[in-house]
Design a binder for this molecule. Structure first.
Ligand code: ATP
Ligand code: MG
Length: 339
């Protein structure tokens, strides 16, 4: 496929399945903001249809949708530079997802680790939507012919599946219609780990509040959570190699690196030999310095929910303008009449 056929366009989304975490910020939103100034058209979405793949209280879903939008805006997503909307206002996502349900294979879905993790032992009782989630995600991306998707490491498999769906569609219908989208997984904090268990990722839907930093946490809470974060008794080593089997320690170094826009190597060089009594307070101070202004701005935005709704509505209009011709052409290719 020629590189020039598809204009550089970024799509990414976050589920309103709870409040935003430091993982969402460092793994996704921070990169999204940086990509706005580059030569891409940028489309960012609060993916509410993905959130309802597990039970959401309706009032809380609406609140969380506005909070996630507020978090994006407060972090620097500019609704003049980017298209920002909530997924369910653009019906084309669900329409294309159905077509992709008929392209994707059951065997592909069976290999998705996110479904296994989220369904747990009770897979039979999970929603059909949770199983089909990656097909909707492929529709989110391909509805805009997005060429790049900035995500955390945990979403890599789903972006690969999106490429598989595009490849099969293009092959089955004999037309190079959908691009092969590239995941953009960059920076030292592509996979921020749970503060209480370094073998699990930090998630907004995780059980305990102590395992994550929320974007709305105040300075004392942030300091307390880092202070109580699980580590080992060793001081920080001289080089990154020394953190090989120390997942919790590595996580805190990576978070520091990402928040301060440095490499993890540079952080180790600065703190070689330091104990946790020195490093954790420095990390907490840095996190408060970076996150407090965002939290303050989120609060201000949340005081005016009608304005958030207005921005999302306007973004949805712009999104539909891009999506409609692509979905119309998809129907035509498949042989679905629109008269
Ligand atoms: P949930 O627990 O409901 O799945 P989540 O915290 O995993 O919530 P998502 O909405 O699933 O958040 O993901 C939004 C974006 O944030 C994705 O790009 C995802 O890769 C990224 N992300 C989520 N958790 C992390 C993490 N721990 N580290 C880095 N990136 C993350
Ligand atoms: Mg997730």
């Amino acid at each position: 496929m020629s590189e020039t056929k598809f204009a550089p366009r970024v799509f990414s989304g976050i589920k309103p399945s709870g409040g935003l975490t430091l993982g969402n910020y460092l793994g996704a939103i921070k990169r999204w903001v940086e990509m706005q100034g580059e030569s891409y058209e940028t489309i960012y979405c609060v993916v509410d249809l993905h959130a309802i793949t597990v039970w959401q209280d309706p009032k809380e879903l609406a609140r969380a949708t506005r909070e996630v939008a507020a978090g994006m805006l407060a972090s620097g997503i500019d609704p003049e530079k980017s298209v920002l909307f909530n997924q369910s206002q653009v019906a084309q996502h669900a329409e294309l997802a159905w077509i992709f349900n008929c392209v994707a294979r059951v065997g592909w879905m069976d290999r998705m680790t996110q479904f296994k993790e989220k369904a747990g032992k009770n897979a039979e009782k999970s929603s059909l939507g949770l199983y089909a989630y990656p097909s909707l995600m492929a529709a989110d991306i391909l509805l805009y012919h997005a060429t790049h998707v900035p995500v955390g490491e945990d979403q890599k498999q789903h972006v690969e599946l999106t490429r598989d769906i595009a490849t099969k569609f293009n092959h089955d219908f004999g037309e190079e219609f959908f691009p092969l989208t590239e995941p953009v997984i960059e920076g030292p904090a592509m996979r921020v780990m749970n503060l209480r268990d370094g073998s699990k990722k930090m998630s907004k839907s995780g059980e305990s509040d102590m395992e994550r930093i929320n974007m709305t946490d105040d300075a004392d809470t942030i300091a307390k959570k880092f202070k109580k974060a699980r580590t080992d008794p060793e001081p920080l080593p001289e080089t990154l190699d020394g953190l090989k089997d120390r997942a919790e320690a590595r996580n805190l170094v990576d978070i520091y690196a990402s928040l301060s826009n440095q490499s993890s190597e540079a952080v180790i060089a600065e703190y070689a030999g330091a104990g946790w009594g020195k490093f954790k307070p420095a990390l907490a101070d840095l996190a408060v310095e970076k996150l407090s202004p965002i939290a303050t701005d989120m609060k201000r935005l949340m005081d005016d929910p009608a304005e958030i709704d207005r921005l999302l509505g306007r973004g949805a209009e712009r999104a539909r303008e891009i999506a409609s011709p692509i979905l119309d052409r998809t129907h035509e290719i498949v042989g679905l009449i629109r008269s």
